[in-house]
Design a protein around this ligand. Structure first.
Ligand code: RVP
Length: 502
């Protein structure tokens, strides 16, 4: 006879935190959200620690280059989606890694005979206003000049004006030779009041730019998640099919961490993939696995070599796996069981394997609940899809701005590797939907607000860091009647839209 769990499986909205004692020290500015991304031995430090417990979902509609840069800037990490050809995924990873090494390869380049209209098109495509003018129009051609937004007037300069008439020619440029240090380059930028400093080799071929904004940027973003070369950190999704080609290519592109992207991770496919990666690279390549929803799944992936384990099946906002296949588990119940298994594993083996709560976060307080329930970090799709930095279109639907958001198991994503189990090339049924989510503006503003709520709740629980929160948190299941009590009730709301919802 089938095994029947005695307790129903529950989700975040069914729980609340009971506040604990907070001392005067418990103020948001004293709270640290640092958290391990990958496994580590007792008494040691993880090789990658996130500065905030946030990762963006391995999805076409969420994690592209812009998201990866924006999230790393805030202290989290994106996993660039794997449901694309190896070459294009690696190119995205490389561009994130190249974005801010201090020395940045020029990604916007023109020839001197190109015109202002070419420049405008390039600016629209790449979003950068400093453009190198090189002999052959490439990022490593002989530098002839630099053109920036200050060199032309949108309403006055004719579109067919050649670039050589607009640019600051090489002879008048302040530039530096390859070999200069970053701090010397920054000194030169300050001394000459520049926005950018081109770096050239002996033959005056362009190598890099150093930008003033990168220097300012670090001051504005103290939590930036950087590698040892001061480049943004970025992750990448992989699958259990083409890993023998994809993993070496991603490693060569500079990916900091990989994650097997699958709706169901308790499988021999994942074991084979993890074993192969560990055989080839030992501990040099970090790779997460999942998703699982119970102790057995966690232990299986832990023993297979996973550097972190993702928890959650069927809870994603665009996910219809539960309806389609009848598998899954309430996210809170899954998380509580896996967190316990992680702690026991740490006690017994002396190895701490971080767990990630993936999917189903709707309200900001769900983030704090997930952390309190034992998640080391969170993976979010819908949350990040709403921001400017997600790769999808911003569209106007019935007078409101929306962003598109579709599941990796939807027919739109055509992510065959993830949702079938091998063999069949066609996706016979879908496990995800194609949808809109309300546009919410830039990532930074929204994320800072969410983080401040997390910190504030942590203070209410007397916790100054995530592991303290997990030790001190007291959770209670709430009845359906008290859930109603938790929202505005028995009043007529002034905002008519909200009133209608009630
Ligand atoms: P959410 O944050 O609730 O939007 O959920 C995002 C998560 O949903 C992803 O990280 C992934 O685990 C899951 N997902 C992605 N696509 C699909 C699907 O098509 N069913 N599910």
């Amino acid at each position: 006879m089938a095994y029947l769990y005695e307790e129903p499986s529950r989700t975040f909205s069914e729980y609340l935190l009971i506040p604990g004692y907070s001392s005067t020290e418990c103020i948001p500015v004293n709270v640290s959200l640092k958290t391990p991304l990958v496994k580590f031995k007792k008494g040691e430090e993880p090789s990658i620690t996130l500065n905030i417990p946030m990762t963006s979902a391995i999805m076409q509609s969420v994690s592209g280059e812009a998201m990866a840069k924006a999230l790393s800037r805030e202290g989290g990490i994106s996993f660039i989606y794997g449901s694309q050809p190896i070459g294009s995924q690696c190119a995205m990873v490389s561009r994130v890694k190249a974005f801010k090494a201090g020395f940045v390869p020029s990604d916007s380049n023109l020839r001197s005979e190109d015109t202002l209209s070419d420049l405008i098109a390039l600016k629209k495509k790449k979003g950068h206003s400093t453009i190198a003018v090189t002999e052959d129009g490439t990022s490593s051609g002989k530098l002839l000049g630099v053109v920036s937004s200050r060199d032309w007037r949108p309403s006055r300069t004719p579109l067919d004006t050649p670039i050589y008439q607009l640019m600051t020619p090489f002879a008048n440029l302040v530039y530096a030779k390859e070999g200069i240090t970053l701090s010397e380059a920054n000194d030169s930028i300050w001394e000459h009041k520049l926005n950018s400093l081109p770096i050239v080799d002996e033959e005056n071929h362009l190598k890099y730019f150093v930008f003033r904004k990168d220097y300012d940027c670090h001051k504005d973003n103290p939590d930036e998640l950087l590698d040892e070369k001061k480049r943004y950190r970025v992750g990448a999704g992989i699958n259990t099919r083409d890993y023998k080609e994809r993993v070496p290519a991603l490693v060569a592109s500079g990916a900091d961490v990989l994650c097997i992207d699958s709706s169901e991770g308790y499988s021999e496919w994942q074991h084979l993939t993890l074993s192969w990666i560990k055989e080839q690279y030992g501990d040099q390549v970090k790779v997460g696995a999942g998703n699982v929803v119970d102790k057995e799944g966690f232990l299986f992936l832990a023993e297979s070599g996973a550097d972190f384990v993702k928890v959650g099946i069927g809870g994603g906002s665009i996910c219809i796996t539960r309806e389609t296949k009848g598998i899954g588990r309430g996210q809170a119940t899954a998380l509580l069981e896996v967190a316990k298994a992680r702690d026991e594993y740490f006690q017994e083996q002396g190895i701490y394997i971080p767990i990630c709560s993936d999917g189903g976060i709707v309200l900001d307080y769900h983030m704090t609940l997930a952390l309190a329930m034992g998640a080391d970090f969170l993976m979010l799709g819908r949350y990040f899809a709403r921001f400017d930095e997600s790769p999808t279109e911003k569209v106007n639907v019935k007078g409101s701005y929306m962003k598109e958001y579709w599941g990796e198991g939807s027919s739109r994503a055509r992510n065959w590797q993830r949702y079938d189990l091998g063999g069949d090339e066609t996706l016979s049924f879908v496990e995800g939907v194609d949808s809109y989510v309300p546009y919410a503006g830039p990532l930074k503003d929204n994320l800072q607000l969410s983080l401040s709520k997390i910190k504030s709740t942590m203070c209410n629980c007397g916790a100054l860091n995530i592991s303290e929160l997990q030790k001190k948190a007291r959770l209670t299941v709430v009845s359906s009647t008290s859930i109603i009590e938790g929202g505005a009730h028995d009043v007529l709301l002034k905002d008519s839209q909200d009133s209608l919802k009630k």
